[in-house]
Design a protein around this ligand. Structure first.
Ligand SMILES: Nc1nc2c(c(=O)[nH]1)N[C@H]1C(S)=C(S)[C@@H](COP(=O)(O)OP(=O)(O)OC[C@H]3O[C@@H](n4cnc5c(=O)[nH]c(N)nc54)[C@H](O)[C@@H]3O)O[C@H]1N2
Ligand SMILES: Nc1nc2c(c(=O)[nH]1)N[C@H]1C(S)=C(S)[C@@H](COP(=O)(O)OP(=O)(O)OC[C@H]3O[C@@H](n4cnc5c(=O)[nH]c(N)nc54)[C@H](O)[C@@H]3O)O[C@H]1N2
Ligand code: SF4
Ligand SMILES: [Mo]
Length: 746
C-alpha cells in the first residue's frame, strides 16, 4: 500500500473519530455510545474538555441524555472530527464515580475520611480558613494553581482579592519554555505553525499523533498526504515517528542537532540572507556561536550521523520557506530547554519561514488585524467584566518571577514556576505557603517528585480541590468541590484565532446529571460573596456574562449557540508576507526592537544569555537509563485514567525497554519490574520493544493513581513523576527528561 493511502486509512475511523494505532487496542468498545438518529434527537454545538484543546463539538441529545459526540461540522479546520478521547464525553458525564457533593475532610489527611456537606458549609469553611491564614501569615501565604484556562479569571479573583501574588498555571510543566522563547524572540507568544501547507516538517519530540490537537494533527496529516516529508527526532519510536523518518536522538541533546543545522546552513550558504538582514538582529553573534558546532561534533552529542544531519538540513533548506522545524509543545525536557526553543526558532527564521504559507505566523485575532486597514473589519474584540482593583500584594512572588537581572525576568508572571509551590510549602523559602487552592489540576500526578508533593500537602493548613473526580490531590484535600462537567455548563467565549479569527462557545448540552454539582463560574462567585468579595464577580449568571462580553462584537449569544463557532465570512487565511516578501512585520512583532531577536536583549539582561549557548547534559552511564515520558492517544495527562471507556481501552501503562538492554539485564517482555531512581522506586510491567534507544526507557504519563476513589485506575501502572526530582529549570520549567533510572526484576 502506498504510504499516503496507509496514513489516510489510519487517521480516520468511522463516525468522525480520529483513530490512532499505538498498541493500545481498538475503538470498537466505543460503539455502545452510538445511537440511532431519530426525530427527537437534537444537536447542541459546544466544545470538548476531555483535554484543554476545547475542540468544537456537536453533541447529540435524545430524551435529555447525551447519546453521542461528534466534531462540529461548522468548523472547517476541525472538519467535523474529534479524537477518541472526545468521544468518551458521555462516559465521563454519566460516570457514577464522579464526585457529587461538596466534602470536608474528617479524618487524618490522606485517610479518605470525608463528610458530605452543603455548599454553604463548604464555602464557610474555606472562607474561615483563608482569613485565618491571611491574618497570621499574610495574603501571600495563599497559593492558587490551575490548568491554564478560562476558569482562571474567576478562580484567581479569590486569591488576588486576598492580596496574594502567588497565582500559577500548569504551563511550567508544559509549553512554558517555548513561550519564553517566543516572547524573547518575537515579543509575543501568539505564534503558530501552518503545518497543512508545509513541504518539510521536523519534529523535535513533538508527537502530533499521540499528543493530539485535532486541527494540528489533521494539518500534519494533510501535509504528509500532499507529499511533505516528516522527520522525527525522538529517543523512542512514537506513533508520530511511525509516520515519517525516525531519528532516535540521544535524549537532552537536541540543541546540538539544531545548532549543527545552523552551522550547515551558514557554511553551505543555504539560508535566506535577505530575510535575515531585513527582519532580524544578532545574526553575527549566532554565526559565531555555531561556528564550531559542526555536524561531526553534533554526531558525537546526538548519536545521529553527520551525513544524516547534513542531508536533513539540505532537504529542509531546499523546501524553504515551506519548511517547519517544530518548536514543540510539552517543552520541559531539560533545565535549559528555553534555549533549545530559541535556537529552533532562530533556525526557522534563517530560512525566512515567517508569515508565509507553510511556515510560522502570528495568530490573527482582532488585536493584530486592527493594525491592518484592509483586514481590520474582520476582527472582533470581546469585552470584559469590570472588576474593582485588587489590593497590591505586600510581598513579591515566591518564584522570583519578574525580578530584573535574573532569569525570573523572562518568566511570564501569569504562569510562574508551579513546582516552586511545593518547595515553598516545605522549606518556607522565601516565606511559607499555608493554603493551596487547586482547580482542574492534579499536582500529585503532574508535578515532578510526587512524594514531595504529598509531603507538602501534609504541611498545609488548607488544601482545596475543585475537580470532577476524587483525584489523588483531592483525596489529600481538606475541602473537595464537585464541579459539573463541560457538557453541563457555559463558559466564557474561547478565542481560538489562527490564520483567521475564531470564537468558540461552550454551552450546556444537558441539565446537571448530579444536582449538587456546580460550574466554576458559580462556585467562585458564591465563594466570593461568602467572603465579602462579591464585587469582583459582576455578572448575574453565565448568560449575562456572555451577553456582556459579546456585546462589543455585535455577535449575539443566540448566534453563537446556533453554530457553536464564529469566523468572519469572506476572510482568507492572512499571512503578512504572502504577496510581498518584503512586507513590514512591525504589526506582528510585539517587542520594542521590531526585529526578530536572534540576539535577545532580554535574555542578555536576565542572565547574559542573549544567544543560545550549548550545554552538554550528562548521558546515562552503563546500566542506567534516561527516563522519558509522553502522551498516548486514548488518555489525557492526569485526567482520564478513570473514565470508564478510556480505562477499558487502556487501563495501565508499561515501561518500554530495548531488547538489547533487556537481554543484558535478563529481563523479558511482560516481566514485573522495579524502576529505581536511587531515591524512589516504582513497580511496573516491562514492554520489550525495538522502538526505543537502548540507553532510554519510556512510559506513558498519567498512571499510578493513589486515590482509592478512582476505583478503576487505582494502583495501576507507573507514575513517572514518582521517579523524577522536583528540579526547577532556568525559566521555572519542570525538567522531565533528565532523570536516570535502573531497572530490575521485581
Ligand atoms: N491524546 C492526548 N493528546 C494530548 C494530550 C494528552 O494527554 N493525550 N495532552 C495535550 C497536552 S497537555 C500537550 S502538552 C500536548 C503534548 O504534545 P507533545 O509534546 O507532542 O507530546 P508528548 O507525547 O508529551 O511528546 C513528548 C515526546 O518527546 C519525547 N522525548 C522525551 N525526551 C526527549 C528529548 O530529550 N528529546 C526529544 N527529541 N524527544 C524527547 C518522548 O519520547 C515523547 O514521544 O498534547 C496534547 N494532546
Ligand atoms: N513527568 C511528566 N510530568 C508531566 C507530563 C509528562 O509528560 N511527564 N506532562 C505535563 C503536561 S504536558 C501537562 S499539560 C500537565 C497536565 O497536568 P494537569 O493539568 O494536572 O492534568 P490534566 O489531566 O490536564 O487535568 C487535571 C485535572 O482536571 C480535572 N478535570 C477535568 N475536567 C474538569 C472540569 O470540567 N472541571 C474541573 N474542575 N476539573 C476537571 C481532571 O479530573 C484532572 O484531575 O502534566 C505535566 N506533567
Ligand atoms: S483533542 Fe480530543 S479530547 Fe482534546 S478537546 Fe479535542 S476532541 Fe476533546
Ligand atoms: Mo501539556
Amino acid at each position: 500500500m502506498k504510504r499516503r493511502n496507509f496514513i489516510k486509512g489510519l487517521l480516520y475511523g468511522t463516525g468522525g473519530t480520529m483513530a490512532f494505532m499505538g498498541g493500545f487496542g481498538t475503538f470498537s468498545n466505543l460503539n455502545n455510545l452510538k445511537a440511532e438518529a431519530t426525530d427527537s434527537e437534537t444537536t447542541v454545538f459546544s466544545s470538548c474538555e476531555i483535554c484543554r484543546n476545547q475542540c468544537p463539538i456537536a453533541v447529540k441529545v435524545k430524551d435529555g441524555k447525551v447519546t453521542k459526540i461528534e466534531g462540529n461540522p461548522n468548523d472547517t479546520a476541525f472538519g467535523g472530527v474529534i479524537c477518541a478521547r472526545g468521544n468518551a464525553g458521555p462516559s465521563l458525564l454519566y460516570d457514577p464515580q464522579r464526585i457529587k457533593k461538596p466534602m470536608i475532610r474528617t479524618g487524618e489527611r490522606g485517610s479518605g475520611k470525608f463528610k458530605e456537606v452543603s455548599w454553604d458549609e463548604a464555602y464557610t469553611y474555606i472562607a474561615d480558613k483563608l482569613y485565618n491564614v491571611k491574618d497570621q501569615f499574610g495574603g501571600e501565604a495563599i497559593a492558587l494553581a490551575s490548568r491554564k484556562g478560562p476558569h482562571d479569571w474567576f478562580f484567581r479573583s479569590i486569591g488576588k482579592a486576598m492580596g496574594s501574588p502567588n497565582t500559577f498555571s500548569h504551563e511550567a510543566s508544559c509549553p512554558l519554555t517555548r513561550n519564553v522563547a517566543l516572547d524573547t524572540t518575537f515579543g509575543t507568544e501568539a505564534i503558530a505553525a501552518d503545518y497543512g501547507n508545509a513541504k518539510y516538517i521536523i519534529s523535535v519530540g513533538r508527537n502530533w499523533f499521540e499528543g493530539i490537537q485535532v486541527a494540528q494533527t489533521r494539518a500534519v496529516s494533510k501535509a504528509i498526504s500532499n507529499g511533505a516529508k516528516l522527520v522525527v527526532l525522538d529517543p523512542r519510536f512514537s506513533v508520530t515517528a511511525s509516520k515519517g523518518e525516525w531519528l532516535p536522538i540521544k535524549g537532552a541533546s537536541d540543541l546540538a542537532f539544531v545548532m549543527a543545522m545552523a552551522n550547515i546552513l551558514i557554511k553551505e550558504n543555504l539560508y535566506d540572507q535577505d530575510f535575515v538582514s531585513q527582519y532580524t538582529v544578532g545574526f553575527d553573534k549566532w554565526a559565531e556561536a555555531v561556528k564550531d558546532k559542526t555536524p561531526e561534533w553534533a554526531e558525537k552529542e546526538t548519536g545521529i550521523s553527520k551525513d544524516k544531519i547534513i542531508q536533513i538540513t539540505r532537504e529542509f533548506a531546499a523546501a524553504k520557506p515551506k519548511a517547519i522545524l517544530d518548536f514543540g509543545w510539552r517543552t520541559a525536557y531539560t533545565s535549559n530547554d528555553y534555549q533549545l526553543r530559541r535556537a529552533i526558532m532562530i533556525v526557522n527564521m534563517m530560512i525566512g519561514n515567517f508569515e508565509v504559507p507553510g511556515g510560522y505566523y502570528h495568530n490573527k485575532g482582532a488585536g493584530v488585524l486592527k493594525k491592518f486597514p484592509d483586514q481590520a473589519a474582520y476582527g472582533k474584540s470581546l469585552g470584559g467584566i469590570a472588576q474593582p482593583s485588587f489590593p497590591t500584594p505586600s510581598k513579591a512572588r515566591i518564584d522570583g518571577t519578574g525580578v530584573k537581572g535574573t532569569l525570573g525576568q523572562i518568566i511570564p508572571a501569569y504562569d510562574g514556576a508551579v513546582g516552586k509551590i511545593v518547595e515553598s510549602i516545605l522549606t518556607e523559602d522565601p516565606y511559607p505557603i499555608k493554603a493551596w487552592l487547586v482547580h482542574r489540576f492534579n499536582p500529585y500526578i503532574t508535578i515532578t517528585e510526587s512524594e514531595r508533593v504529598l509531603e507538602a500537602f501534609k504541611k498545609l493548613d488548607l488544601l482545596v480541590t475543585c475537580d470532577v473526580y476524587m483525584t489523588d490531590t483531592a483525596y489529600f484535600s481538606d475541602v473537595v468541590l464537585p464541579e459539573c462537567t463541560y457538557l453541563e455548563r457555559y463558559e466564557p467565549i474561547f478565542d481560538m484565532s489562527g490564520l483567521t479569527p475564531k470564537f468558540v462557545l461552550r454551552q450546556p448540552a444537558v441539565p446537571l446529571v448530579y444536582a449538587d454539582t456546580k460550574p466554576y463560574w458559580q462556585i467562585y462567585k458564591e465563594l466570593g460573596e461568602k467572603m465579602g468579595l462579591g464585587d469582583y464577580f459582576g455578572y448575574k449568571d453565565m448568560e449575562d456574562y456572555l451577553t456582556q462580553t459579546l456585546a462589543p462584537t455585535g455577535i449575539t449569544l443566540d448566534q453563537m449557540k446556533e453554530k457553536g463557532v464564529w469566523t468572519p465570512s469572506g476572510m482568507k487565511a492572512f499571512y503578512v508576507r504572502a504577496n510581498d516578501p518584503k512586507a513590514s512585520l512591525d504589526n506582528v512583532l510585539e517587542n520594542k526592537s521590531k526585529k526578530i531577536e536572534i540576539f535577545s536583549e532580554e535574555c542578555e539582561e536576565a542572565a547574559k544569555q542573549g544567544i543560545p549557548q550549548y550545554v552538554s547534559h550528562p548521558q546515562p552511564e552503563e546500566g542506567k537509563f534516561r527516563f522519558v515520558q509522553g502522551k498516548v492517544a486514548v488518555h489525557t495527562n492526569a485526567g482520564t485514567a478513570n473514565i470508564p471507556v478510556l480505562n477499558e481501552l487502556m487501563p495501565t501503562n508499561t515501561l518500554w525497554m530495548n531488547p538489547v538492554s533487556c537481554t543484558k539485564l535478563g529481563l523479558k517482555d511482560g516481566d514485573d519490574i522495579v524502576i529505581s531512581s536511587g531515591k524512589y522506586e516504582q513497580k511496573g510491567k516491562l514492554k520489550m520493544t525495538e522502538g526505543i534507544r537502548p540507553d532510554t526507557v519510556f512510559c506513558y504519563h498519567g498512571f499510578g493513581r493513589i486515590s482509592p476513589e478512582l476505583k478503576r485506575a487505582y494502583g495501576k501502572g507507573i507514575n513517572g513523576n514518582c521517579l523524577i526530582p522536583n528540579e526547577i529549570g532556568d525559566v521555572g520549567n519542570t525538567v522531565t527528561s533528565a532523570t536516570f533510572v535502573t531497572v530490575r526484576k521485581a
